[in-house]
Design a protein around this ligand. Structure first.
Ligand code: HEC
Length: 120
């Protein structure tokens, strides 16, 4: 059986379909896991100031539902989340893992995208 470089046979096509069927759900559940983690951690540590729905509760804190500050790159935002910013934004580097901070940023960007698609 030679899948490549010869033309794919029916058996090869079947194998490819089976492999994709196995791999795609695994990736999907992983992405979903990150989003769930991001939401959980956001609600626990960030919602009190930035608002549970992304509309800031603390004056001076950006509202992520309006996309505030999110025009900045992931690198800049992750640095602010890790090290803190100004007088009121605490540093989270010692409290949250890299994975949690990355998951939160993905969740924050999703809040903004969903709010923007509701407004249009
Ligand atoms: C005690 C209130 C408070 C909490 C809790 C808080 N923030 Fe903030 N955050 C702020 C304030 C205030 C600013 C604006 C800081 C400034 O620019 O001076 C800010 C700014 C930010 C920014 C923009 C930084 C930039 O570079 O412009 C991000 C991103 C952010 N916060 C994410 C988070 C995340 C993620 C959490 C939870 C892990 C969190 N914040 C928790 C008050 C808070």
């Amino acid at each position: 059986m030679r899948c490549f470089p010869s033309e794919p046979t029916a058996l090869c096509a079947l194998i490819i379909v089976l492999v994709l069927a196995l791999v795609i759900p695994i990736n999907r559940s992983r992405a979903q896991g990150d989003m769930t983690l991001g939401q959980e951690v956001y609600e626990e540590f960030c919602g009190a100031c930035h608002g549970y729905d992304g509309t800031a509760l603390l004056p001076g804190a950006p509202s992520f539902s309006s996309g505030e500050r999110l025009e900045q790159s992931d690198t800049v935002l992750l640095k602010s989340i890790r090290d803190g910013k100004g007088d009121l934004m605490p540093p989270w580097g010692d409290i949250l893992s890299d994975e949690e901070r990355i998951a939160i940023l993905a969740y924050v960007r999703r809040i903004a995208a969903e709010a923007a698609s509701r407004d249009n």
